[in-house]
Design a protein around this ligand. Sequence first.
Ligand SMILES: [Zn+2]
Length: 255
Amino acid sequence: MVKVMEYALRQLCEKITEKWISEHIEDSTFHEATGFDDGVRKQLVKQLEKTSDSYKKNFIDVLNEIEVVNRDLEQYYMHGLKIINIDLKAVMGLCAHYENPLHVFFHEMGHAIDYNRGGYERLSLGDSFKKAFSEDIHLLIERLNDEDEVFEMRRIRSDDESRGIQDIFSSLPYLNEKGEFEGEFNNVNVYNLRPRYMHQPDYWRRLNDPAIDARSELFAHISAAQASKKQQEYMREYFPNSFKTFTELMEKSRV
Ligand SMILES: [Zn+2]
């Protein structure tokens, strides 16, 4: 009881406002080549405002522990160097039609949060996220045996906001090939899904256990969904347990 009250009090004292977000984003985090300017800053504050206080806190804390650079044309987080490589200006232009034009940055921040808030191991490798992911994959296996569900999963591919879940759909054949879910998939329907947005086969095949990469990508896609109602709807529909666990992990790792 005391604990709950203390938490509520702390929440009240630390009300995370637009002003708070703006004050805690350090411009020095962003190298010049990323195109970070007042416009990007405003967009970043606007998108962060839509997210939960615990997510905001983790996002800002981790952002201030890393650097954002633009050394090549790729978008990635590299933990060894603690850098996100991205051209924020270009990404915002290409993604102007998304609810969150910076969702690619929120995805890479998801990888950074995963690595930097997990303690000994990444959050996506921990027991709670592993269990949630496994439950969600079993729900997907059931859906794959229902033709109406498969029709719907194919239909939503035309919506760009579904790219996060499509990417995880693209991992299904490789989870089936090597992973712990072997033999349970409806293979015909797995291949019929043919996502429009996905990681390539060599990515899913690079580790002995493709579920490790699938969990890591799902974690980052859930991060990308934080400032997008539509992406959250897709996550709640297809990865409800992982989505819920992500939220719980954000609450726990909030310091
Ligand atoms: Zn990723």
